[in-house]
Design a protein around this ligand. Sequence first.
Ligand code: SAM
Length: 212
Amino acid sequence: MRLRNIRGAGEVVSNSEYTVKEPRDKKGSWNQVFDSENPLYIEIGMGKGKFITTLARENPNINYIGIERYTSVLVRAIEKLNQEEKLPNLRFICMDAGEIEDVFDTGEVDRIYLNFSDPWPKDRHAKRRLTSKRFLERYNKILRKDGFIEFKTDNDGLFEFSMEEIPEAGWNIVESTWDLHNSSMVEGNVMTEYEEKFSAKGNPIHKLICNR
Ligand code: SAM
């Protein structure tokens, strides 16, 4: 994602009622943040937030947290939220997902979404891919034992890598497709900003669901 420095983004993000200010303090007690025992689904690398905001609107009985590294991106998600509408089941965290174990306790998360994650094509950057073994180890700790990860991308290299890396890390790929929009897996699909952009260009969208 091309990043522009957006003046005031940090302030808008930290002043938003949707942003969690000290997320490490909430480890093990996210149900108190939402004041509910409903399941907790997170999206890592949420970008401008269309996917997670739509899910939160459609599923009031699930709690959602979107994680994004850059305030300059997260600010767009906050700006897009209708001021009149309240989504009590939605929060955002501005952080690097490499620190996710500091924020969620063992088994505290019920589902993880990874959408159009940065491909990091160079071998020396493979550890930064959100489907690398290093990240899967982190997800292994925070994800409920019978929880799922759902991953979408249009990037062939990243999808191929993930289809190999995930089983090597001891996870099962329970369903996958190289062409989501022409497969049965498309049922109930919520498009992300990147998905709209790349599918409009004719790129097939790949998806896998895994557990362990
Ligand atoms: N998920 C959105 C979509 O599909 O439209 C955005 C996709 S964009 C290519 C990837 C996003 O993930 C960027 O906004 C980037 O800043 C964020 N990101 C990448 N690595 C991250 C990390 N380690 N922690 C948090 N966010 C990350």
